[in-house]
Design a protein around this ligand. Sequence first.
Ligand code: SF4
Length: 400
Amino acid sequence: MYPERVVSGMRPTGAMHLGHYHGALKNWIRMQSEHPCLFFVADWHALTTHYDDPSIIETSTWDMVIDWLAAGVDPSKATIFIQSRVPEHAELHLLLSMATPLGWLERVPTYKDQQEKLADRDLATYGFLGYPLLQAADVLIYRASMVPVGEDQIPHIEMMRELARRFNHLYGKEKGFEEKIQEALKKLGGKAAKSYNQLRAEYQEQGKHEAVAHAKTLLDQAQSLSLNDRERLLGHLEGTGRVILVEPQAKLTEASRLPGLDGQKMSKSYGNAIALREDRESVVKKIRTMPTDPARVRRTDPGEPEKCPVWQLHKVYSDEPTKEWVLKGCRSAGIGCIECKQPVVDGVLREQEPMRERAQQYLDNPALVRDIVADGCDKARKLAQETMVDVRSAMGLHYR
Ligand code: SF4
């Protein structure tokens, strides 16, 4: 039906670290070659928790976009843009809010969770309660088919799906819907229309979900139908009216986690992070001074890699023979910790080298980054405006 599209955003948190790279960016880079992708800087989301300190948003945004480009996000494959430069996100957020039951927002698990975690901030704000709705607008406005998420974000996607369903149910039954369905069926042609009616009956009377998939294929292949006709017929089949907003699927991202230098979650605020473009000397120093298994007080004491944060990094950066060498050498005190850390140092530097090179051209010429983002904002805005034409019209806001 609507074209396949992936949407994903990140809050501007400033320079990114290798934990972000392994946890999210690598996944984006893989996805940009497989699907049409839109990646955005969620600057409004940064304000939901840090509304009292907006001073860092702009610098953080540019630093983060340079990191994306340095890591390999390719503007010729993916659309890169800034949320607030596409104001239609805010309009859809507002319109969705009219029909969103308050309870849907209050029950989002991360709402209470975050309020407890960020207890030092006053988060009893409308903006914070509404941030999953803004997230929904970010995705629904592009009629995205897929959103890459971690396990903890699945309830947000569920809510987006409910919102799209509710919206289509409330507003998808446009004036003259039945007549338009009959016209679309005529365009579909006798034989295909008969198959469509059969599939509709199978779904609505017998609950056969595969009938929806078959109908989608049938409609996709019908050259005589416009996109709107296809969406109407699909909505008619599912009993929702015309599909104006698409229910996105959650695409679970592979859990690839790079722990910090102390073995905890990598985070700038914990002081255990290596920045994506950190300079070589600093990387070498940080890894060389990393804590190890506390049982290895002397070089001659055997250790246990499972109790050592360096081993966690070997799991990401080292090949099988090196890992074997570490396991054996550590447990028999055959190798020293400095020796053991060297392949990790080499692995991290090897990974960062092309990133540093790519970043340099953007640091030397910031206008390049501005142009990429301006171009991305234009592209995103066109898509967002297409959706908003339908949304406004469905909600009675299409003034002539
Ligand atoms: S030898 Fe390696 S794995 Fe063992 S304690 Fe030292 S740094 Fe950790």
